[in-house]
Design a protein around this ligand. Sequence first.
Ligand code: ADP
Ligand code: MG
Length: 722
Amino acid sequence: QVETLKAKLLEQAQEISRLRSELGGTDAEKHRDLLAAENERLRQEMKACEGELRELRRQQQAPCRDCPHLQENARLQEQLSQLQQEAEETRAKLVELDLEVQQKTNRLAEVELRLKDSLAERAEEEERLSRRLRDSQETIASLKSQPQQIKYIIKTVEVESAKAKQALCETQSRNQYLQEQVGMQRQVLKEMEQQLQSSQKTEAQLRAQITMYEAELERAHGQMLEEMQAMEEEKNHAIEEAFSRAQVEMKAVHENLAGVRTNLLTLQPALRTLTHDYNSLKRQVRDFPLLLQETLRSARAEISQAIEEVHSTNRELLRKYRRELQLRKKCHNELVRLKGNIRVFGRVRPITKEDGEGPEAASAVTFDADDDAVLHLLHKGKQVSFELDKVFPPQASQEEVFQEVQALVTSCIDGYNVCIFAYGQTGAGKTYTMEGTAANPGINQRALQLLFSEVRGKAADWDYAITVSAAEIYNEALRDLLGKEPQEKLEIKLCPDGSGQLYVPGLTEFRVQSVEDINKVFEFGHVKRVTECTNLNEHSSRSHALLIVTVRGLDRSTGLRTTGKLNLVDLAGSERVGRSGAEGSRLREAQHINKSLSALGDVIYALRSRQGHVPFRNSKLTYLLQDSLSGDSKTLMMVQVSPAEKNTSETLCSLKFAERVRSVELGPVSRKAELGSWPSQEQLEGDSPGSAAPPGRGHASHSPGQLSSRSASIRRKLHTSG
Ligand code: ADP
Ligand code: MG
């Protein structure tokens, strides 16, 4: 037992020494010293930083008193002070931590001291125990030699050993307690180490923050420097610019000054010459009245001589002019005679909405690109060609049409009678050609406008009066469209003066002087015109409308008087009765129309073939226009046709009428022999294409080339005969 106890004791002594070395009182102290040294170093660094900061602040304050970055600076300073405050706080924390470390080291020293005490105690106890053990062993040895005594001693030893056992137990429990104490101390040490670690961590964080703030400060400083540099440059630049500008301005001012100086120098001689001029002018003004009188005298003499000369020249000119006038009239008459004073034009209207759509609305009329007098009609699958004096295609404008008739219109200023007829089926464009629309007027308005302008051009020598009448022939009754009683039937009478002229008593005549007057007359006449519907076309004109323009002239220098009449006639529709589905009064109207159109054809035929008898009296229309159709009067027949497929038979009739009117232009003898008599309107209607034409005159089947060669031969004939 003693042996084992000894061994245990030894073990514990070893354990104690190990624990002592493990506790490492000296290590903790070393660590503390290290921390203290680090702390000192940081404090010094901080101090250096503060010094630098102070330096920077001083630098900033010196050059930047009026700098626009003061605000920025203030902000940075504020940041800096914040940083400093934080640094201060950190420092305080560090001090606190230091204090804690100190306290802990103190406590550690205390614990160590206590540990040492208890160890000493234990050593002492051990010493005491080992001593007793030795004593008892000695006693045992002496007792062994004295067995009785030994037995007794053994007994005492046994008793004593129980006591020793108890003491050992006590020591053991004490040892236990000490071990517990050591464990606790170790725990505390661990905690303290942890605390130290965390404080180290905080310190590292704080140091990182400090370096960050420093970097920021550095950056702000750099920025500030840069900006200051830029501002400095700007300032220098502005100064330079202002300087150069000032220099330029200065130069200009100098130049101006030099200019003004030279001006002043040049002005002085000018002033001298001006004074000189002024003096000479003054002298001239003094002499002027005398000079003026003399000049006036000579001028007067010159003027009277010139007037004399002009007078004689005028007389000569007037003589020449009159001769010229006579000559012109003769020439014109000759020209008309050569051309034939009855001319026939054709006008094809465009396809309109009323023509419908599809194949029905296709154009049955075609033209010859090389000859504007020819047109071709496709009727029942056959192409029929016609030659007139001129053909107007659908695209021909009102203006173009009027250009062709304006020579006729002006000739009535020279005292000729002129008739322009629009012939054709209803809807073929008669009214469009004669009246036109407000935006695009026809022959009527354009003719009157032309007359006005021509008359105005001659106003120096001639006095002209233009009057207008408007009449209508409906069912062979003549009515005044401008009169107060339009229903009244007028009569055509022979002039009582024995001149053989006709006149219509009661027919209103308006004197017109302007375009506005004409418009009023047309409006007035329009209201009264009879138009009614048939099933052929919604608005069909069933009467002949006449506009009679009389131009009376007086040549002031010669006293010569002229009278010319321009008759513009919008004829009633030439369509055949059967087609209009007429009955009763409509039938009667149609018969009258047909009769009067036939009569017109007859009269023209008789005139052109120079027959002795011209049947003017066969209709009201021809009778009324007698003196405008005979003699050296001029007539134009405008044959209007529709190009629509459905109108081809009417178109064919109209074109046949046109060609027949035109073709009576041959010499008197041959004409009679060739033409026979004029076909009636009914005959025209019954004709099939080309059949009514006498043998050898079937134009209908002629090609355009043949036609033009024929017209050339006619022209030749006319030329040799006349
Ligand atoms: P008419 O007097 O022969 O019965 P209109 O002159 O009234 O025929 O013409 C019938 C229609 O055709 C009208 O609407 C007219 O404006 C139109 N028209 C006739 N000729 C032309 C043309 N050359 N250009 C344009 N439209 C035309
Ligand atoms: Mg009409």
